[in-house]
Design a protein around this ligand. Structure first.
Ligand code: THU
Length: 160
């Protein structure tokens, strides 16, 4: 038996001024769009903003439904929109934030969303920077989406 370890590496920023300006702007977009979230059931508004390789920015928020599983997270709202409309563009960065989290650290994406971000990252063959921001708190920056989903289920497993 061999014990193995997986290293999860990210940078923590305690002040927004430490980040590059384009990342700060993306965080502000995520905060703004979170305010328009449709989350009457969880009362947990989340916003996500994406920067594409052509400089365009898109944002989305969580959209809930009385049939709870029909709801969609903020990340997939924006990622699926971007992938539907700009399939040939690469995603450089995604910034994610929650308005009302009682946790002391930034909100982290759910497993579904991590899977979706990782597939987009692998298809474009360039890392997607993932920024998790806690309003009034710190910001975590992951240089690649795959670091948030080690041992991700991926295409290679389906190959015959
Ligand atoms: N949610 C997101 O939109 N993104 C996350 O990263 C975590 C959770 C949403 C889903 C649901 O609308 C609400 O937050 C509570 O789970």
């Amino acid at each position: 038996m061999n014990k193995k370890n997986i290293l999860l590496e990210y940078s923590e920023y305690t002040a927004l001024q430490e980040l590059v300006e384009s990342d700060v702007q993306l965080i502000h977009k995520a905060i703004d769009i979170a305010k328009k979230s449709y989350s009457p059931y969880s009362k947990f508004p989340v916003g996500a903003a994406v920067l594409l390789d052509n400089g365009e920015v898109f944002a989305g928020n969580n959209q809930e439904n009385i049939a709870y599983p029909s709801g969609t997270c903020a990340e997939r709202t924006v990622l699926n929109y971007v992938h539907a409309n700009f399939p040939t563009h690469k995603i450089k960065v995604i910034a994610i934030t929650a308005l009302a989290s009682s946790s002391s650290i930034p909100v982290t994406p759910c497993g579904f969303c991590r899977q979706v971000i990782v597939e987009m990252e692998q298809n474009q063959a360039e890392p997607i920077k993932v920024i998790l921001h806690k309003i009034g708190g710190s910001t975590y920056v992951f240089e690649s989406a795959l670091s948030l989903l080690p041992l991700a289920f991926e295409e290679v497993y389906l190959k015959k």
